[in-house]
Design a protein around this ligand. Structure first.
Ligand code: AMP
Length: 222
């Protein structure tokens, strides 16, 4: 199964992606994590992308599409992928559909995690992620057991530079002006599930699983 998870910054997308990939046994492909890792490793791609990510802008489509499509072709993605943060606009969605078609695959379902903008801003101000594996915490709603330390791998927690100041507003503007159009794109293919993301983490997870099951049943029956 190949899934696109659509949600604004702070919608709980990363957290739900972790839970879903482990429940469904598919691979988690997060474009933002890939860019941050590339930068930490000082690769050419990472250095190029950093100028955009720091400003809260999108990295150009050609760079992003090539990076994600090549990741999807890796062996661990053969059983299915959950795409998190990609696609971010219609051009990327079209390129993804074409790239998947070339390898005999397709997106099965697009899940939209719906959270109001005021709530997103509140959550982003408390968001910390771990240096080693990008595990996500929130100092208000989902704090680590030891402050500043990841529960899962012991690495340092830090606040992303683009979760602060002007970059946050810019990223939310891009989401609400551009990325939400993906709902029409996947809606026209009858592939959208909308989930109320303004609830407890486990409730949201259960709702997503139930809705995926109902959706797949409906598709099977035609
Ligand atoms: P994220 O962690 O998903 O919020 O992504 C962090 C940053 O990486 C974004 O603000 C963009 O600069 C870049 N990025 C991640 N995914 C994409 C994408 N699909 N298209 C363009 N830029 C992206």
């Amino acid at each position: 199964m190949n899934i696109v998870l659509i949600g604004a910054q702070g919608s709980g997308k990363g957290t739900q992606a972790e839970k879903l990939t482990s429940s469904l046994g598919i691979s988690h492909v997060a474009s933002g994590d890939m860019f941050r890792k590339a930068f930490d490793e000082k690769t050419e791609l990472g250095v190029k992308a950093k100028a955009y990510t720091d400003r809260g802008e999108l990295v150009p489509d050609d760079i992003t599409v090539a990076m994600v499509l090549s990741r999807i072709k890796e062996p661990d993605c053969a059983r299915g992928v959950l795409l998190d943060g990609f696609p971010r606009n219609i051009a990327q969605a079209q390129a993804l559909d074409e790239g998947l078609k070339d390898i005999g695959r397709q997106i099965d379902v697009a899940i939209y995690l719906d959270v109001p903008r005021e709530e997103l801003l509140k959550r982003l101000s408390g968001r910390y992620i771990c240096r080693a594996n990008q595990h996500v915490y929130n100092i208000y709603a989902n704090p680590p057991k030891v402050p500043g330390v990841c529960d899962l791998d012991g690495s340092e927690l830090y606040q992303r530079s683009d979760d602060k100041g002007e970059a946050v507003q810019k990223r939310l503007d891009i989401f609400f002006n551009e990325t939400v159009r993906l709902l029409d794109y996947y809606g026209s293919q009858d592939k959208v599930i909308v989930v109320n993301g303004n609830r407890d983490i486990d409730q949201v997870h259960t709702d997503i699983l139930n809705q995926i099951n109902a959706f797949m049943e409906r598709k099977k029956k035609g």
